[in-house]
Design a protein around this ligand. Structure first.
Ligand code: GDP
Ligand code: IMO
Ligand code: MG
Length: 434
């Protein structure tokens, strides 16, 4: 008989949600990897393989898309939760790629039965919808994320639980391909072959079956044992479908609340929220970025930095925007901050921080909801003296230049949360705890 999770008391008080406090790519993967040392379980709760989380360990680079970044440490349980949208073929490729790099993946990875599937027609529709938008395109990763979440909300999606039941999967996939081929034809795109898609995805289903679990009860049991859980956010606050710069957003709730619905962990079991932010700002894709600055972008790209981990696109770059991060702090309830990429600013004479926006005579100390207004806002800057010293070798707070410390303190204060971690390089060891 299958037992229900029961109603044991919870003993653990250290479950943390980690979110991106900007537009994604804040360095979440690196910080998750560092924090996983003290966690038992790492959970992805939203997004899909649009995410690209980079971790460097002893010079080896790993880029995680669907698999939680905790997989790189031994004896950690990793969960792909119900709120994630999963392209099964992509997940198989990712697992295989990690195994080739010597990462052990077996009973340490669980995939929720109720996670929705991303299928080839979602990817095709993503590309077609972008193409018709022309100059107004979102600049998606073309991974089919929007159409897959669209099917979920319309209650027409297929889930992992369907994928692993061959007869059911075949029947539903056939119906979905028939329907979606009509839409693709209307776009003037090539229809998909059911036979080809079925063969490929059926094989992926067979491969993934051993990982499939009821992850809600699994997490409940883990919490009952006192395990500590780290929820690995994907994307960032301003890509959130509700709180981001709509329509230039992704299709999931990337903010802290989404971590609960996307995992089944009750809100009152969450002990803290950590916000990860770069010491400057980046964004990839379309939409407003008030502090965008060509000089900063050229400097960072010239150092070989700020190219997308998923699509390889050059990221747009700008000064740190404390109006944005303060808003992120409010909407996520961020307690602690991890500031990454401090070393990216090491060579500058002066460092600027946006402390407000101006638009048609009005001043804003929050992000206006109308993207047309946000796009037309003029940032108001405060200036800080540059430290003009390499920081990448610093391992302790006191080893950072005084001016770099002042800058970090100022951006944490403007954001309104406690500075807990400063990161001065991509490696695990390049991390300063305060
Ligand atoms: P994520 O999506 O939030 O996990 O971030 P990405 O991995 O997409 O992008 C962050 C990039 O910054 C990656 O290339 C990381 O290796 C790198 N990174 C993270 N922290 C630091 C840091 O403190 N300094 C430097 N130089 N690179 C960092
Ligand atoms: P991580 O987890 C940065 C952006 C895309 C596009 C918009 C919508 O690595 O921080 P989508 O494919 O989701 O429909 O694209 O969201 N985007 C990201 N930008 N980091 C990400 O993830 C992103 N995931 C999606 O560039 O602007
Ligand atoms: Mg990324």
């Amino acid at each position: 008989m299958k037992s229900h999770a029961g109603c044991q008391p919870f003993y653990n008080m250290a479950n943390t949600i980690l979110v991106g406090a900007q537009w994604g790519d804040e360095g979440k993967g690196k910080i998750i990897d560092v924090l996983t040392e003290d966690a038992d379980v790492v959970v992805r709760s939203q997004g899909g393989n649009n995410a690209g989380h980079t971790v460097f360990i002893k010079g080896q680079k790993y880029v995680l898309h669907l698999v939680p970044s905790g997989i790189l440490r031994k004896n950690k349980v990793c969960v792909i939760g119900n709120g994630v949208v999963v392209d099964p073929v992509s997940l198989v490729g990712e697992i295989e790629g990690l195994r080739k790099l010597g990462v052990e993946i077996g009973e340490n990875l669980f995939l929720s039965e109720t996670a929705h599937l991303v299928l080839p027609y979602h990817r095709e529709l993503d590309a077609q919808r972008e193409a018709v938008k022309g100059d107004n395109k979102i600049g998606t990763t073309k991974r089919g994320i929007g159409p897959a979440y669209g099917d979920k909300v319309a209650r027409t999606g297929l889930r992992v639980i369907d994928l692993i039941q061959p007869e059911r999967f075949k029947e539903r996939l056939q119906q979905k391909i028939k329907e979606n081929n009509e839409i693709l034809k209307a776009f003037g795109a090539k229809p998909l072959s059911f036979k080809k898609v079925h063969e490929e995805y059926r094989a992926a289903g067979d491969y993934l079956k051993p990982f499939v679990a009821n992850t809600v009860t699994l997490l409940y049991k883990a919490m009952s044992r006192g395990d500590s859980i780290l929820l690995e956010g994907a994307q960032g606050t301003f890509l959130d479908i509700d709180h981001g710069t709509y329509p230039y957003v992704t299709s999931s709730n990337t903010t802290a609340g989404g971590a609960c619905t996307g995992s089944g962990i009750p809100p009152h079991r969450v002990d803290s929220v950590m916000g990860v932010m770069k010491a400057y700002t980046t964004r990839v894709g379309g939409g407003p970025l008030p502090t965008e600055n060509a000089v900063i972008a050229d400097m960072l790209h010239g150092m070989g930095r700020e190219f997308g981990a998923t699509t390889g696109r050059a990221r747009r770059c700008g000064w740190f925007d404390s109006v944005a991060t303060r808003h992120a702090c409010m909407v996520n309830g961020i307690d602690d901050l991890a500031v990454t990429n401090l070393d990216g600013l090491d060579t500058l004479e002066q460092v600027r921080v946006c402390i407000g926006y101006r638009h048609e005579g009005a001043t804003y100390d929050y992000i206006p909801n109308d993207v047309a207004i946000l796009a037309a806002c003029e940032p108001v800057y405060a200036e800080f003296p540059g430290w003009k010293t390499p920081t990448d070798k610093a391992r302790k707070w006191k080893e950072l230049p005084v001016k770099a410390r002042s800058y970090l303190k100022a951006i944490a204060e403007l954001t309104g949360a406690n500075l807990a971690i400063a990161s001065v390089g991509p490696g695990r060891e390049q991390t300063i705890f305060l």
